[in-house]
Design a protein. Structure first.
Length: 465
């Protein structure tokens, strides 16, 4: 029983985490099930490829793997989210001892995580659901890690997770105890929702820059020049993407315009609907991916209903940058709003500043804006009450309006940029049109309404006919 930490599942992320743990001097055991039809032992084969794994133990037998670990055992699962997690838990259970700890590092649904936590608790096994962000490279060099579950179980795995995580600009780990079971997976899910929007915004601004006459090299140069005012990991990679050539043409021009997804943006949209939180940008970014998927229908309808393209786009590149910055602030407002409402509803007591802090490095949505939010969340849970951000929003909004209206006149599709303005208009409206909705509800369904001139809060009903 010599290994301190076990890694179950040697896919792309699992492999990178193993190397990261080994590079940090931890004694690890690695497991991958025997793959039918393949002669080689995946774990042993992987171990042989990297010198840092020379001390690691490799297994394709569950019982030998579990027995190689010091107790209480720490076993991190890096397998496909969904039913596979439950099968793996069932496979492991007969070999485990009381107080052993299972860590799920996949993009699992937060509700499932809670169920698994309860199920395992009844069997004396501790369960930690954790978000892990940063892709393959992040996992290898330092991901952002978002663990949740029982604090005492976290303390047992903290030395490992905090060591292998990315570090923030003060050298602190981008890994913190998030809160009770499910909360880590919840914030990772919202992270991905925010990620979808940041990606969509960059896709939209590239379309606008293209319409302004820039070729991919030009778009890349423009995005590069935005680094001083709006830097983020996603801006950086998009800058490189537009530079990449294959033969005489840019690779980006050859990629089929149907966006895939693995379901977390879908869950974020469902969660915001369930919690009654208007995460309009996330749903807009998600539905944009869905619209893109209707490629054949788009081709058909583009012939039947031609787009106008009547006027020329009358905007500057700088206005596009400002519209982008504006929408990013609204995106971050909405993402953290969803987290803060969930925290209240589920009594998670989440620390928004800490969440922003562990997202300043290692993860996909790291950015200078995220760094600003770390201190802003020390003062408030609503970033749109922060004086500096209010100033920025006021200063950027005219450009956002100009860009979006020009795009509308030219039939350029910019749903997330448009929605950012619509949302800000909605959330800053003193008297909304919801009075009409209430009257309609009362008219056809006697659902009653409250009156502005009756502070008692008593429901009123009118016989409308
Ligand atoms: C991360 C990413 C990652 C996510 C992929 C795929 O933080 O490292 O969010 O967890 O699974 O980016 O997401 P989609 O396939 O849904 O775009």
């Amino acid at each position: 029983n010599t290994s301190e930490f076990g890694l179950f599942g040697l896919g792309v992320m699992g492999k990178s985490l193993c190397r990261n743990l080994a590079n940090n001097g931890f004694k690890i055991s690695m497991f991958n099930r025997h793959v039918d039809g393949i002669e080689v032992d995946v774990a042993k084969n992987f171990k042989a490829q990297y010198s840092e794994l020379s001390q690691a133990q490799a297994f394709d037998d569950i019982s030998e793997f579990v027995n190689s670990l010091q107790q209480p055992r720490r076993i991190m699962l890096m397998v496909n989210a969904g039913k596979t997690i439950d099968y793996v838990i069932e496979d492991l259970l007969p070999h485990l001892s009381e107080n052993d700890i299972i860590i799920d590092g996949g993009n699992s649904n937060y509700k499932k995580t809670k169920e698994r936590y309860d199920y395992l608790k009844a069997k004396g096994i501790r369960f930690i659901g954790t978000g892990v962000s940063g892709g393959e490279e992040g996992a290898l060099k330092g991901p952002s890690i978002m663990p949740s579950g029982d604090k005492d179980a976290y303390d047992k795995v903290a030395p490992f997770l905090e060591t292998i995580s990315a570090k923030d600009k003060n050298g602190l780990p981008c890994c913190t105890y998030v809160g009770p079971e499910g909360s880590g997976q919840f914030i990772k899910m919202v992270h991905n929702g925010v990620e979808y929007v940041e990606m969509q915004l960059l896709a939209e601004v590239s379309t606008i820059l293209e319409a302004l006459g820039q070729n991919p090299d030009g778009i890349s140069q423009t995005l590069e020049s935005w680094k001083n005012s709006a830097n983020s990991y996603l801006l950086e990679i998009t800058t490189s993407i537009f530079k990449k050539k294959e033969g005489n043409d840019w690779l980006v021009n050859k990629i089929l315009d149907k966006a895939g997804n693995k379901g977390t943006g879908n869950w974020t949209t469902i969660a915001s609907a369930e919690l009654g939180v208007p995460s309009t940008l996330i749903s807009s970014a998600l539905f944009s991916r869905y619209i893109s998927f209707y490629k054949e229908e788009r081709l058909q309808l583009s012939e039947l209903i031609e787009t106008e393209n009547t006027s020329e786009l009358n905007i500057t590149t700088n206005a596009v940058l400002e519209a982008y910055q504006f929408a990013r602030i609204i995106n971050h407002y909405q993402g953290f709003k969803l987290i803060s409402e969930a925290s209240i509803k589920f009594e998670w007591n989440l620390n928004l500043s800490e969440i922003a802090r562990i997202w300043t490095n290692g993860c996909i949505i790291r950015s200078t804006l995220m760094e600003e939010l770390v201190s802003i969340f020390k003062e408030t849970t609503n970033i749109l009450t922060n004086t500096e951000l209010i100033e920025q929003v006021k200063q950027l909004k005219p450009s956002a309006k100009k860009v979006v209206s020009q795009c509308l006149l030219n039939d350029l599709t910019t749903p997330a940029l448009s929605e950012a303005i619509q949302f800000l208009n909605g959330i800053t409206t003193k008297y909304a049109s919801a009075n009409v909705i209430q009257a309609q509800r009362d008219y056809f369904g006697a659902h009653t309404y409250l009156r502005l001139d009756d502070p008692s809060g008593k429901p009123h009903h009118t016989n409308w006919v």
